[in-house]
Design a protein around this ligand. Structure first.
Ligand SMILES: Nc1ncnc2c1ncn2[C@@H]1O[C@H](COP(=O)(O)OP(=O)(O)O)[C@@H](O)[C@H]1O
Ligand SMILES: [Mg+2]
Length: 488
């Protein structure tokens, strides 16, 4: 039987279609986001879907009225109180044993939430790669964790899960009252959106960018939204719907004069509680002196290996230069021949096809010098990016090259197809989604469809900001130039 989620009287979602996808639930405080998310979760829990709900304000424990979930964290509603050092074990237990978890973070300090979630998400990401089964992560106040513009480890892993979790079965539900402050990549790549009421102009603008309708139509739609109403956008179709009210107790309800009875909470199975209690009892051992030395040795070994690699590269360069000069100085070559050979070599030819003299040209040398000036870890980062780009299909690379060279102009598919000599259908089959996700190019919806443009400079700024030092602010230009040359 088909498994469906009943979202409103008319809206039914096929469970299969949401596995591994990113769902965004946006709107001002009080517009009904948490209710919408709880409705989705009630429907998923009906099918025993494993999940973790990151509950910042303690609003989800009411789900226990009907379903078996474990609430951990620090607040009066938790089944078991846990600390930061338990994060990894809880994540592992949840995903390996299919236990739905509510992380009630309402009693944690911000720094502890950060560290807890970082450890937790890392484990979910790693283990999801192993299990490859459906698993959902719900994140309230997403603008706090994946803010537009900033960069940190937690944002990196959550963004990765939201954008690339599908293959591992990892789906996300991202909630925020400030759409414009959430990482744009995540919102524009969300395939299912519940757009509740917004009033802030920059938030309205985000909706307009997402919806395939004119700005005027969007304004009218948005202005008519009441509590619980939203613009539901899925498979490129939008509808205004009224989400049903959650069946389970809403701890975050807007207070009214009517007294609300506390729900009878379903008792979490003893076995789960027992296994978690044993986890929380395991004292995290103080790192012994030996452990500390061991990790120092590992670090030094890694540094040494890096240096050895560098030395080897330099030795190879010296050897190559030596070979060139030896070949050039062969005694039986007349001065005229010699200059001819040198000329040929500068132009990238070898006088003997079997020899392996590398191409020597001034630009190349300059580029190498530029490259050598970069910090080692920036080089690694650059090489990773180039590797990712090199894996792309030819048309995608051409799109990138074209947009970078044409910055800041933006182009539709058919325009690009004309410029770079591919048929429009080839380009459609080669949509540059990876490049959008990486943020190297950007996309904007206009009246006549999507327009693409280079976002290369911002991408470099975002990716390489960490290598900036006070004395060295030309480094971003160096990196940008170097990368651009590699694209040509
Ligand atoms: N679809 C709905 N039907 C009926 N009441 C709703 C609906 N959505 C939200 N509400 C009520 O509106 C109030 C705010 O909803 P909530 O989901 O907490 O908003 P948000 O998370 O956006 O701040 C709550 O009292 C909630 O019960
Ligand atoms: Mg809420």
């Amino acid at each position: 039987m088909k498994k469906v989620l009943n979202i409103s009287s008319k809206t039914k979602l096929d469970l299969k279609k949401i596995i591994g996808k990113c769902i965004a639930v946006l709107g001002i405080t009080g517009s009904g986001k948490t209710n919408t998310s709880a409705v989705i979760l009630e429907e998923m829990l009906k099918y025993k879907y494993p999940m973790t709900i990151v509950d910042i304000d303690g609003e989800y424990w009411g789900l226990k009225e009907k379903f078996e979930l474990l609430v951990v964290g620090k607040s009066k509603n938790v089944d078991i109180e846990v600390n930061v050092e338990h994060a990894r074990q809880i994540a592992e237990m949840s995903i390996s044993k299919n236990i739905p978890i509510i992380l009630d973070m309402s009693g944690f300090l911000y720094e502890d939430i950060y560290e807890f979630l970082l450890n937790y998400m890392e484990v979910l990401w790693d283990l999801a790669g192993k299990f490859r089964k459906p698993y959902e992560i719900v994140l309230e106040e997403a603008h706090e964790f994946i803010p537009q513009g900033n960069r940190n480890d937690l944002k990196e892993i959550i963004t990765r899960i939201a954008l690339r979790g599908r293959k591992r079965g990892l789906g996300t539900i991202i909630l925020s009252q400030r759409s414009a402050k959430v990482e744009k990549d995540v919102l524009t790549q969300s395939e299912i959106l519940f757009l509740h009421k917004v009033v802030h102009p920059s938030d309205i603008r985000v909706y307009k960018e997402i919806l395939p309708i004119s700005s005027k139509e969007a304004s009218i739609l948005i202005s008519k939204l009441n509590v619980g109403d939203c613009i539901f956008f899925f498979e490129n179709v939008y509808n205004v719907i009224h989400v049903r009210k959650r069946d389970t107790f809403h701890a975050g309800f807007t207070p009214s004069l009517k007294a609300v009875k506390s729900p009878k909470l379903k008792v979490v199975s003893n076995e789960i509680l027992k296994s978690l209690k044993s986890i929380t009892k395991t004292k995290i051992k103080e790192k012994s002196e030996k452990d500390k030395l061991q990790s120092k040795i590992h670090k030094l070994e890694a540094q040494l290996a890096e240096k050895e690699n560098y030395i080897q590269k330099l030795e190879r360069d010296i050897e190559t230069l030596g070979r060139i000069s030896v070949e050039v100085k062969q005694p039986d070559i007349s001065p005229i021949d010699k200059s001819l050979i040198e000329k040929l070599m500068v132009n990238g030819f070898n006088q003997d096809n079997s020899s392996e003299i590398p191409l020597v040209d001034e630009n190349n040398i300059k580029e190498n010098i530029e490259y050598d000036l970069l910090p080692e870890n920036a080089k690694e980062h650059i090489n990773k990016i180039l590797k990712r780009i090199n894996k792309l299909t030819k048309p995608k690379k051409e799109i990138l090259k074209f947009l970078v060279n044409r910055h800041p102009q933006s182009y539709t598919y058919s325009e690009m197809a004309e410029w770079i000599n591919y048929s429009e259908s080839t380009l459609y089959k080669n949509q540059p989604n990876e490049l959008l996700r990486m943020g190297i190019i950007s996309r904007e919806r206009k009246n006549n469809g999507f327009h693409y443009a280079s976002n290369f400079d911002n991408f470099v700024k975002k990716e390489f900001k960490v290598y900036l030092t006070e004395s060295d602010n030309g480094i971003l230009d160096l990196i940008e130039n170097y990368l651009k040359k590699q694209l040509q």
